[in-house]
Design a protein around this ligand. Sequence first.
Ligand code: ATP
Ligand code: MG
Length: 308
Amino acid sequence: MLTVRGAGRRYGNFQALEKLDLEFGHGVYGLLAPNGAGKTTLLKMLAGLLPPTQGEIAYEGTPLAALDEKYRELLGYLPQKFGYYPNDTPLKYMQYLAAIKGMDRKSARERSELLLDMLALGEVKRRKMKTFSGGMIQRVGIAQALLNDPRVLILDEPTAGLDPKERARFRSLLTQLGRDRIVILSTHVVSDVESAANEIVMLKDGQVFVKDTAEAVCSLLAGRVYETQIGYEEAEKFRRQYPILAERGERGEREGLHMRFAAESQSAMPEWQAMKPGLEDVFLYVYRDTAVHSPGRSEKEAARYENG
Ligand SMILES: Nc1ncnc2c1ncn2[C@@H]1O[C@H](COP(=O)(O)OP(=O)(O)OP(=O)(O)O)[C@@H](O)[C@H]1O
Ligand SMILES: [Mg+2]
């Protein structure tokens, strides 16, 4: 069990995270939040690489700082940006890291080959990594994090650059790994964790917004997601009035805009169709004022909506 008690992190005068209370047992946890929300900061603290400026993080009851070397032995970590020598082959790179971790030559070789095969890199294990695509490099990163068969596996945006087929393969790997260890990964791609994670952790305003199953997180928006068709001329007003979750232009007979949006059920129009909320809806709704996702809505507008 990995336990976070009142932990926070300040960078100079900037409080990036505060008052976090979290518990992680065996399973897969998806840390889902937009850019700058503090995902990397939290993962680095959980990996024992960044000391919290307040509170404490403990593994099986012992603070990470006290475990030190022992914690590193049972930890696998994929940094958001990981370093490698471009002229190295994946096999050489893996064996080098295995040596640092104190594995003997034979088991280092065997384990490296096994992991590279598992991540569909078997055929390119002797090719220089400078010739690799972003997705291939990312898979080398995932493989190296698994070298010591870690009890705690922390992956910072492991699916960045993976194509849909590799994402699907990665999701089944996650499920497999989460059975007998703690797996925590960050992402802003909702589909990465919607089905594969046992629990979703969302950060907002430097704190834990929610930590629960995907189903429970989705129920936060129960009865508040609708779809309807509107004319192009109404679009601006509509976008100001409701948080938009998705929209697409319809052509032909039904020319206009098909909108998916959030609204209070008591204000629902008869022509609106009630929809089952998905995790993507919750993400867009919760972070609707975050610049990256909703450039059109200001805090003030949101407050006005909230107050009816
Ligand atoms: N070394 C640092 N010094 C100062 N501020 C930092 C430092 N590292 C992170 N921050 C700030 O802390 C906040 C959280 O950053 P963090 O990298 O943890 O976010 P993130 O959720 O991982 O973002 P991304 O999705 O872009 O990777 C940001 O506002 C960032 O600017
Ligand atoms: Mg990050």
